[in-house]
Design a protein around this ligand. Structure first.
Ligand code: ZN
Ligand code: ZN
Length: 415
């Protein structure tokens, strides 16, 4: 890279935010950083910031999607049903030792276009199975982790196809990442403290209503009823890990989320943003549920990928997440489609097929899978978000006494 495509001071502020508020790295802790080779400069700075924040050691996991793609095209077919034992050991041993995990995302939405989707799906099933213990620690807050994004050229060009050059597209994407992450005045950490308070207050008021069900409706065609588990909890504004330290699994984050009863969803949801599943685009889609289960679906683009998403892995034919995101938020206000779930899901109300976060019910983090299922949560080895929010989203909650409370009007919270 010949010149900096970002404001140096903003970048330092962003990295500080990721290490201090995202991971909330503690004195003497080990950090694992996963990063694409294209963004090495970012990982190098993040490593330095981590040591300055007190890390005892930092391990790198370099990712190269071009090599990965070559492997998917050329490796022996049987390798896609296995996951390397040494790689499993890496995640298991470091998570057992209390390491934190920073994932720097610089996704190319079409990295695996043209790769045999069977290979992609078998390899993801093998990884989900092998890393089950690690993922369990991730979703139960036993490890602190954070995902943050860095532009890649392919991603930037996808988001800004009309930019004069790739460099211009990269600069634009950097600017918008900073805006969406409330970075730019040197006070991102303080701004996030305020933002987290706002989210936490809304979480508290939603939890106080103890809604039995909610009804979501908009002019795009969504008309969906969902029951909430008796012990449901709304969550948002980050997480508190089992060690008592707050962290932000995603930067940025705007969502307040819970989980529906796995067999208590009825009606249709219409997607309002394209979805990327294993590098493949799914657009203009709708999904219909009866008693929680997907009974029909359609998509103008990528219907075969939507079918794979729903049918490939057990539990992906039911919902595991309902997330409320205001239409008026820094990300949404950029008006940009990021083609990146981390950003797009924080610009729009979304649902997820697949696993529910255990903490969405009281005591869920300590419950074995079967018990969580008994309490109404969906269980799966996968979790795929998709967006359905709009400027006219209307959501009403019904309490146990039958009282109706408007939660969302014209795309924003009214409670
Ligand atoms: Zn979410
Ligand atoms: Zn999700």
């Amino acid at each position: 890279m010949s010149k900096n495509l970002y404001n140096e001071a903003y970048l330092d502020e962003y990295i500080e935010l990721v290490i201090r508020k995202g991971i909330n790295l503690q004195q003497g802790q080990v950090l694992v950083i996963s990063c694409k080779v294209e963004c090495a400069f970012f990982a190098r700075k993040a490593m330095k910031a981590a040591f300055e924040a007190g890390a005892s050691n930092v391990y790198m996991r370099w990712v190269d999607e071009i090599c990965n793609r070559t492997r998917f095209l050329m490796a022996d077919d049987k390798v896609f049903d296995t996951f390397p034992a040494w790689d499993k050991m890496f995640f298991d041993s470091l998570s057992n030792e209390g390491a934190a995990f920073l994932n720097i995302e610089a996704s190319d939405p079409e990295a695996y276009k043209g790769v045999d989707s069977g290979r992609l799906s078998r390899s993801s099933i093998a990884a989900s199975g092998a890393l089950k213990d690690y993922f369990e620690k991730v979703i139960t807050g036993e490890v602190r982790w954070c995902i943050a994004s860095v532009p890649s050229e392919t991603w930037a060009n996808k988001v800004f196809p009309d930019a004069a050059s790739s460099d211009d597209a990269m600069s634009l994407l950097w600017e918008n990442i900073f805006v969406a992450s409330r970075v730019g005045n040197g006070d991102a950490v303080e701004k996030w403290d305020t933002h987290i308070d706002t989210l936490k207050n809304r979480v508290d008021s939603l939890n106080n209503y103890r809604f039995k069900s909610i009804h979501l409706k908009n002019s795009a065609g969504t008309d969906l009823y969902m029951e909430l588990p008796q012990k449901h909890k709304w969550l948002g504004g980050g997480d508190v890990a089992k060690d008592g330290h707050h962290f932000l699994p995603n930067i940025p984050t705007e969502e307040i989320f819970s989980a529906p009863v796995a067999d208590g969803v009825n009606g249709t949801v219409v997607g309002t943003m394209p979805n990327v599943f294993r590098g493949n685009l799914i657009e203009d889609f709708s999904i219909t549920f009866r008693d929680g289960k997907v009974v029909s679906f359609d998509a103008k683009v990528g219907k075969e990928h939507l079918e794979m998403m729903i049918n490939d892995i057990p539990g992906m034919d039911r919902l595991g997440e309902i997330a409320l995101v205001e239409h008026d938020s820094p990300i949404s206000n950029t008006g940009i489609l990021f083609f990146n779930t981390l950003y797009d899901e924080n610009a729009s109300c979304h649902l997820a097929l697949g696993s529910a976060y255990p903490d969405c019910i009281e005591g869920g983090g300590a419950m074995p899978e079967e018990e969580r299922a008994d309490e109404g949560l969906n269980v799966s080895d996968n979790h795929q978000d998709f967006m359905f929010g709009s400027a006219d989203m209307f959501i009403v909650g019904t309490t146990a006494d039958g009282e109706e409370v408007v939660i969302f009007k014209d795309g924003n919270f009214v409670i």
